[in-house]
Design a protein around this ligand. Structure first.
Ligand code: SGN
Ligand code: CA
Length: 541
């Protein structure tokens, strides 16, 4: 064990406060590019494994890759709480869940829309702001000149949007400065959700007040469960067999919380709802929901296309259903194919936004960000879904195309977290960063190539709260530094886990009780407590 590394962690943890506070609120003026526009594109559940800029094993995502190639790719990008509403709240506030109040997706923990948020700060700083798509927070969005949001998860086909009353379809609409909508209405759009969100976003860009800088938040529903492809992508990947990941057959030894989850592809992925096998003689509740409300609600031409692909497959499946591991691998491949199709559409639509910005000479003074609300399991540990502090769901993709004046290219390898986005955007916009924001501005990482400046933060804090809940992932919190991860599952399972990420990147060997890690463990326990004090999370549970 490397005790110097650990000492170094403790030292820098203490320094976190100083550095972060020194940055607030005296943000230095942005180096160039004023006014700066921001296009923030966030998808849902998009695993970095399914972006070719991060992982070439599975699919190709040329447009997301172009953002990374022409700009930067964050290789160590993490979330603070790996689930939708909370993750979005972290992004909007720059604060951990216990501070912004949105600790889980349940409406019993409402997001207080009246609190300080990034769009409000940008708007007060002279920005025009818009939000289109999935926000997954309770109440009416505040701080946006224009918004159109999906109710809850939204639908893939012919989705409803909640809009300020009187907004005209795809016509663009702006509320008077400083006012938020009092009344809303639900409007149904015709078509496929990723295309519609992009159409609405481009329409807004067209009609915006071109005398002001803008911040546009494009929030896709894709690639959330149950992975319904656009009809043009329906037959893609059908001839592909995807290799199962190394940990596909994990037995969860030494990890009772991992063993207790309900997000296993073999056991928990629904053959009809998730995988669209509709001729099921005994559909589950979810399966019946798919048949009646999702498939059942498709237009006849879309239905016909779905039928031509899935119907013969479904009949063959139920005529001779595979069993055991064969079934797991079959389900995994269906899952991978449908998920990959949804990403095709997502990447293509990101290309449309890039093209628009290029054609309108906006690339030079626009920061373009692509990320997801969290990572996702593509069969690792046998799973789908997220929630855990294990790597695949703690990480989230993050690539940025930088405006003029920011010369960094290639990989940024400093650990960053989604609470850093708000201070980064404010800093780059030349606006002050309020004292109470907990994230750190990443601006100085983006200025030039060469050694990355030290952000003064050597470890990240994580906390997941949604239990009891779907997929049965227990509540847990923890700390991750560049080498180790310590986490504590609590509630009906009370278990500590410690991983040496260098020796065990797949997190299969919990070394919490291994005497050779006693010193590491002690130090991490201390660091975690310090971090919880620093983030005012001592009582968070
Ligand atoms: C839905 C999904 C879950 C998923 C949550 C949260 N079930 O409830 O599988 O974990 O959303 O996802 S479903 O039967 O409705 O598809 S999140 O990304 O919004 O946090
Ligand atoms: Ca999500």
């Amino acid at each position: 064990m490397d005790s110097r590394k650990i000492l170094c962690v403790a030292g820098t943890l203490a320094a976190v406060g100083g550095v972060a506070q020194a940055q607030h609120p005296a943000a230095k003026a942005a180096p160039a590019t004023r006014p700066l526009n921001i296009v923030y594109i966030m998808s849902d559940d998009h695993a970095y494994q399914m972006i070719s800029a991060y992982d070439k094993r599975y699919i190709s995502t040329p447009n997301i890759d172009a953002i990374a190639r022409e700009g930067v790719r964050f290789t160590e990008s993490f979330v603070a709480n790996s689930i939708s509403g909370p993750s979005r709240a972290c992004m909007l506030t720059g604060k951990h869940s216990h501070m912004n109040g949105k600790i889980n997706n349940e409406t019993s923990h409402q997001f207080d829309q009246s609190q300080q948020t990034l769009p409000k700060l940008l708007r007060a700083g002279g920005y025009q702001t818009a939000m289109i798509g999935k926000i997954h927070l309770d109440g009416i969005p505040q701080g946006f000149d224009h918004w159109a949001i999906l109710p809850g998860q939204g639908d893939y086909y012919n989705p409803y949007f909640i809009v300020p009353k009187g907004m005209h379809l795809n016509k663009g609409y702006s509320l008077p400065d400083g006012q938020d909508a009092k009344e809303t209405e639900r409007v149904r759009y015709h078509g496929y959700v990723t295309n519609i969100i992009t159409d609405m976003s481009l329409d807004w860009l067209e009609q915006r007040d071109k005398t002001k800088p803008f911040a546009l938040f494009i929030h896709h529903k894709a690639a959330h469960r149950c992975w319904m492809a656009d009809t043009v992508d329906l037959n893609a990947y059908e001839d592909r067999t995807f290799p199962t990941p190394e940990t596909f057959d994990d037995d969860y030894a030494g990890r009772p919380a991992a063993a207790a989850q309900q997000m296993n592809i073999l056991k928990d992925m629904d053959i009809t709802y998730d995988l669209k096998m509709r001729t099921n003689p005994k559909p589950s509740g979810l399966g019946r929901y798919y048949i009646r409300d999702i498939y059942g609600d498709l237009q006849s031409d879309v239905k016909a296309k779905f039928d031509s692909l899935y119907e013969p497959m479904s009949r063959a499946f139920f005529a001779n259903p595979p069993q055991g591991r064969e079934l797991a691998v079959w389900k995994y491949n269906r899952y991978m194919r449908d998920y990959a199709k949804v990403i095709n559409s997502l990447d293509r639509n990101i290309g449309r936004v890039l093209q628009y910005l290029k054609e309108h000479d906006l690339l030079e003074n626009t920061l373009i960000v692509y990320t997801s609300d969290q990572g996702f399991y593509m069969g690792e540990h046998g799973w789908f879904d997220k929630r855990f502090m294990y790597e695949e769901s703690l990480r989230t993709p993050l690539v940025m195309r930088l405006p003029k004046g920011y010369d960094k290219r290639g990989d940024v390898t400093t650990m960053v977290q989604n609470i850093d986005y708000a201070p980064t955007f404010l800093d780059m916009a030349g606006l002050p960063i309020p004292e109470d924001i907990q994230g750190t501005s990443l601006r100085k990482l983006l200025l030039k190539n060469g050694k990355e400046p030290d952000l003064g933060r050597k470890a990240l804090y994580y906390h997941f709260y949604e239990y009891p809940g779907e997929h049965a992932v227990r509540r847990h919190y923890g700390i991750r530094n560049t080498r180790y991860k310590l986490m504590h599952f609590y509630g009906d399972i009370d278990k500590w886990e410690l991983y040496d990420l260098k020796k065990d990147p797949n997190e299969l060997h919990n070394v919490f009780d291994d005497p050779s890690y006693a010193k590491v463990r002690k130090q991490l326990e201390r660091d975690l407590e310090e971090l919880r004090v620093y983030y005012k999370a001592e009582n968070a549970k």
